[in-house]
Write a protein that binds this ligand. Structure first.
Ligand code: C2O
Ligand code: CU
Length: 498
């Protein structure tokens, strides 16, 4: 599958480069090269140019979610959801640490939704969880101060039992937090040029080109909503901000030529120093930022970013051997392409080196924790339903109560057959232990989502600071949206000091 052919034209390339060379280019510019569907175009027309979501910046943001359609395959259009008139996914919100931001989210769907700011440290009633419902035709206007460090975050629906469906239709977007510490580093940060957002998911299609929402694993990879995506990258150090926005699949990400890249950040921001790797596993909801050195590559060189998902066994999400049925997929248990890279000329002032050090982080350790908590994931007999400690999610039940400012160690124990992508709202944590032994090399750092393999446990430490309430709860859940919708979710109050 690395033999997929591409026909590049200079016109397409320069249209793409000019259309995205300034952050904030309009959606129509950014999608121009991506809109196909004319009968003269051969099958290759559905192999698209990577769409770069338009960037919005400032302190007031307007988002409107509505039904849309997108040409994803020859024949019928696919029903989708998009923000702000887009045909899948939404704009990237660029925010500055310390700013007070106001967001107006209008729900133009014919059904309720919510919009959650994944990874943000904000008050529970601004969080956009299952309680902050936006009725059809209504606008929800949360506001909060950006307290997170520079990093890659995202927004998505969180309506109980509808998260999988609404996200699968395309209701989501990225948030990039910028701050002075990050700005002081020599890192690529020209959005859409040397700083590329890459949202990975996959879908199965019905015979009429609609998303098959019964599938936990898609058959076709979508990179920023584009099948068989290609991107033009300049011959210099480039940054990829990768989000796993899947239903269930993990991605073991690397380059086809086995080249080393540098991991510079994960969910909650930059690491203390780059970590060299040839592949990194990203589970649902996790983000990673990597630097790839293309400065020695000749213009015209083609590279392929792939998922090395073969031979990992059925406990790896997407490692299942079947190709059909609820857990089957044409992408299961194999290596497949994520993104084709076409190297173009370097930009003026191109970066050609990777900084040796990044930002100063002081992570919590096990010894800092003053309270221990353990959550055990219980599997139903048929292996299809999961709960925390045997209790499914109920909107009016508080499952955990944490004292404001407590530093706690939470241990998540997975059941024997299925791994899970555990996510907690409000905090960024540091993973301190895996029952299987060592942590992944890029894992120490501020995170909000962590993969817990079948039969294993993971312990993290976090402080629950700043925001307390006797009434408004934060969520914790598996980010595999089918598991979450099925009840693998709980909620906690952070209560004020007496
Ligand atoms: Cu990304 Cu509770 O969510
Ligand atoms: Cu799960």
């Amino acid at each position: 599958m690395t033999t997929r052919r591409f026909s590049w034209t200079l016109a397409l390339l320069s249209a793409w480069v000019s259309g995205t060379s300034c952050a904030g280019s309009t959606p129509s510019e950014a999608t121009a090269a991506d809109s196909t569907g004319d009968s003269a175009a051969a099958a290759a027309s559905f192999t698209g140019t990577l769409w770069i979501p338009p960037a919005l910046s400032g302190t007031t943001f307007d988002l409107a979610l509505a039904k849309a359609t997108k040409s994803l395959r020859p024949g019928a259009l696919t029903n989708t959801y998009g923000f702000n008139g887009g045909d899948f996914w939404g704009p990237t919100l660029m925010v500055q640490k310390g700013d007070d931001v106001h967001i107006n989210v209008t729900n133009n769907l014919p059904e309720p939704t919510t919009t959650h700011w994944h990874g943000f440290h904000i008050p529970a009633n601004m969080d956009g969880g299952p309680h902050q419902i936006i009725a059809p035709g209504q606008t929800w206007s949360p506001h909060f101060q950006v307290k997170n460090r520079a990093g890659t975050f995202w927004y998505h629906p969180h309506l109980h039992m509808k998260t999988m469906e609404q996200l699968a239709y395309g209701a989501g977007g990225l948030i990039i937090v910028q701050d002075a510490e990050e700005a002081a580093l020599a890192l690529p940060r020209t959005y859409g040029v040397d700083d590329i957002p890459l949202v990975l998911t996959s879908r199965r299609f019905t015979g009429t080109n609609q998303f098959d929402l019964t599938a936990s694993f898609g058959d076709y990879l979508l990179a920023n909503g584009v099948i068989d995506a290609t991107v033009a990258l300049p011959a210099q150090v480039v940054r990829l901000r990768i989000l796993n926005a899947e239903t269930e699949r993990s991605y073991r990400i690397g380059f086809a030529d086995g080249r080393t890249f540098q991991v510079i950040g994960n969910d909650g921001g930059l690491l203390s120093a780059p970590v060299p790797e040839t592949n990194v596993t990203l589970s649902v909801g996790e983000r990673i930022e990597i630097l790839v050195d293309l400065s020695k590559e000749p213009v015209g060189r083609e590279l392929t970013l792939q998922a090395f998902n073969g031979g990992l066994g059925a406990s790896f999400p997407g490692g299942e051997s079947e190709t059909l049925g609820e857990a089957g997929s044409l992408l299961n248990d194999r290596t497949f392409d994520l993104l084709q890279v076409h190297v173009v000329a370097a930009t003026p002032g191109a970066l050609t080196t990777v900084p040796a050090a990044l930002v100063k982080n002081t992570y919590w350790t096990q010894a800092d924790a003053t309270h221990q908590r353990k959550l055990t994931i219980v599997e139903s007999a048929d292996g299809m339903l999961f709960t925390f400690d045997g209790a499914g999610y109920a909107m009016d039940v508080i499952n955990q109560t944490v004292a404001l400012n407590a530093i706690e160690a939470w241990t998540i124990q997975a059941g024997p057959t299925s791994g899970h992508a555990f996510h907690i709202h409000d905090v960024q944590f540091n993973v301190v232990a895996r029952s299987s032994g060592a942590l992944f090399s890029w894992e120490p750092g501020w995170k909000d989502t962590v993969f817990v393999p079948a039969g294993e446990s993971v312990t993290f430490v976090a402080q629950f600071a700043d925001f307390a309430s006797f009434t408004d709860a934060f969520m914790y859940h598996c980010h595999m949206t089918n598991h979450e919708d099925g009840g693998l979710m709980g909620q906690f109050l952070v209560t004020p000091a007496p």
